[in-house]
Design a protein. Structure first.
Length: 427
């Protein structure tokens, strides 16, 4: 049963469990990466036989197979996927940046070019899990950024096929190429390339401990989005909130993972007790009851704070992945929120709305990293280059200042590279 605590009984840093997978898989992952680098497709086939039960006949999924996956789905779900994709695209279009040029000084032109990362890789979990939402959330910002090649990898079943829901989402989202491979070996293939899988410049998407460690080890060879921890939700709710809805929102994250953290902070002891009872009532109704039960019993908490202002302070200290503000006039509180991955406002905005359909990205910073990082966005799929142009007259106007600055740092060659252009005595 979820436990109720008066605020202060649990230190802020312990309100979220934030228990990480403590398996040391670094050595195993290093071996996998080295083997894929050395053996390419042969290594991918061997690992598919070892981990998936059989190697697929073809690594790459054909366009016809993607179309067939869409055709095989319930048309109603296809339409929902398309609507979700449209919502995600409409939101992320506002994130597209423009290059700029500055010409406010005579003889000087400066600027910044915003360019897409050329090739990106999307890791999408497979097997028993099927998350078409992750395909949409990872691909659509990359497409809007203008990435020339968007490559998706996902582990196949023992029959050698990727879940058709994943393939349909890939077709709807606009993924360019799809490969039947998963795990650390797929991350290695994206980072270094094989005979079949193209090398990419950035890898995004969630995965298990082996995938996370592989992303950590290939970082520097390629860019990555983040190392995601277990899912988190913090619900800040006042005494007017519906306890059944609050309990359901907490359980929506608890069912993700036994290591997930679901926490309610409220100014009402009455609501705290009612939510505690509702969680117990709803748990047996869940398909993933065992997972949710472990999360709630081990990591779940209800904190009774003095008022909502204290609750918001708690949220800022914790920096949750998902933050719900279940209260009247939530926009009155939004400016006070400094650290959160994504904020869900009011009594009719469950976090699941953001997971699937609303439009903002659901790939969010976890483990307190919302203090300094942001949700996945179009920005993650672009790079920027600066340029500078000075005429001779413009350079001459500032040459003495650059010369002085460089000599203060002891870099006389830097200084001379400017002044030599105006040295009448040079040979």
């Amino acid at each position: 049963m979820i436990r109720i605590y008066p605020y202060g009984q649990v230190p802020d840093e312990e309100i979220f469990a934030r228990v990480q997978d403590d398996r040391d898989v670094s050595g195993i992952v290093a071996d996998i990466i080295a083997r894929v680098r050395a053996q390419g497709d042969k290594a991918l086939a061997a690992y598919a036989e070892q981990f998936d039960g059989a190697a697929p006949e073809r690594l790459e999924v054909t366009g016809a197979e993607l179309d067939a996956a869409v055709a095989a789905l319930d048309p109603e779900f296809v339409e929902i996927l398309r609507q979700a994709a449209a919502n995600i695209e409409a939101f992320h279009k506002h994130q597209v940046r423009s290059s700029f040029v500055v010409t406010d000084q005579p003889g000087v032109v400066m600027g910044q070019k915003v360019m897409p990362i050329e090739k990106v890789g999307l890791y999408v979990p497979g097997g028993t899990a099927a998350y078409p939402s992750s395909v949409l959330m990872n691909c659509i910002p990359a497409k809007l950024a203008g990435c020339r090649e968007i490559v998706m990898v996902s582990p196949p079943t023992c029959g050698g096929d990727i879940n058709p829901v994943i393939l349909a989402a890939a077709r709807i989202a606009g993924v360019h190429r799809v490969f039947r491979t998963g795990g650390a070996q797929a991350v290695a293939a994206l980072a270094y390339g094989t005979e079949s899988v193209p090398r990419v410049d950035k890898i995004v998407g969630p995965g298990n401990a082996f995938v996370a460690e592989a992303k950590r080890q290939v970082f520097g060879q390629v860019a990555i989005d983040m190392i995601a921890g277990p899912s988190e939700i913090l619900v800040v709710a006042d005494g007017k909130s519906d306890p059944a809805a609050v309990a359901a929102d907490l359980l929506s994250q608890a069912e993700h993972d036994k290591l997930a953290s679901a926490v309610l902070v409220t100014d009402s002891e009455t609501l705290a007790k009612a939510v505690q009872a509702e969680i117990e009532r709803q748990l047996p109704l869940l398909a993933r009851e065992e997972i949710a039960r472990a999360s709630i019993d081990n990591n779940g908490k209800i904190i009774v704070a003095g008022d909502l202002a204290v609750a918001v302070q708690i949220a800022n200290r914790i920096a949750p992945e998902h933050l719900e503000l279940c209260m009247d006039n939530p926009f009155d509180w939004l400016d006070r929120i400094q650290n959160a991955g994504s904020v869900f406002m009011g009594r009719h905005c469950p976090e699941a709305l953001g997971d699937y359909f609303a439009g903002p990205n659901h790939t969010l910073p976890t483990s307190g990293t919302a203090r300094f990082s942001s949700p996945l966005s179009v920005d993650d799929f672009v790079k920027k280059t600066q340029f500078t142009y000075f005429t001779g007259d413009a350079l001459e106007r500032v040459a003495g200042k650059v010369d002085y600055f460089a000599r203060q740092e002891g870099l006389t060659a830097h200084a001379r590279s400017v002044t030599i252009r105006f040295d009448k005595t040079k040979e």
